[in-house]
Design a protein around this ligand. Sequence first.
Ligand code: GLU
Length: 282
Amino acid sequence: MGRVTPAPETTRFAPSPTGFLHLGHAFAALTAWRRARMSGGSFLLRIENIDVTRCRPEFEAAILEDMAWLGLDWDRPVRHQAAHFPDYEGVLAVLRGRGLLYPCFCTRSEIEAATTAPPGPDGPVYPGTCAHLPQDIAATRMAAGSPHAWRLRMALAAAEAGPLTYEEEGVGSVLCDPGAFGDVVLARKDTPASYHLCVTHDDALQGVTLVTRGEELRASTDIHRLVQALMGWPAPRYAHHGLLTDQWGEKLSKRAGSLSLRALRADGVTPAEAFARAGVAV
Ligand code: GLU
């Protein structure tokens, strides 16, 4: 029997520049890079920097430097999400036009106080306060400059999309349950987009065929699949991988100040040793 050649995959590494990369990122980046390179496809680097308050240019510069140090090259120019807010607004306008979004003026504490349902996969399930706000009142508040997010009318969206599944590598077809999230935010109060909106838009725009990413984002895939269905975008396949933990079993994170790649580098660690510590043979 001849060897089966994998179809060329377009994969991506999509970090948010909110801190320095650690070994978990090296693992994630290598996973995506390998799948592209092994199949003769393309590997993309995308900077997910819509959170203008937390993302910093120095962290982005560090990402490029760390990638070069790891020896992971990418194809096509780097996409910076913050340079594409008009693209995301275009998507919001389409969904708004179909009556699938509504403005939400609630503060975090108002939501907490009004929430009775158990939390969803992404935190509190929105109690729906603003879903029933008369349109003229919402319009007046927006015209007065009242800060607002844009939420998806989940029941309507889910009904429009019908039952949804996605393909998880090694598992097969996974049934989605986007309803568990409630009326998710597609454009935040503090930035005119959201992770769910931008990531699905960009994966479609860039022709990503295989999304490799950490296990912690698995639940979000249900929302991503819904946005893809609503917008008529193709669905990539997914391969969610486990997260690296430290010697205490805690997952590595920028927030917890896990040892950064640059700290390892300064300590004289080589890229091959870094990958070995991340549990991958190179
Ligand atoms: N930007 C996300 C993060 O840094 C990853 C997005 C994704 O891979 O879907 O956690």
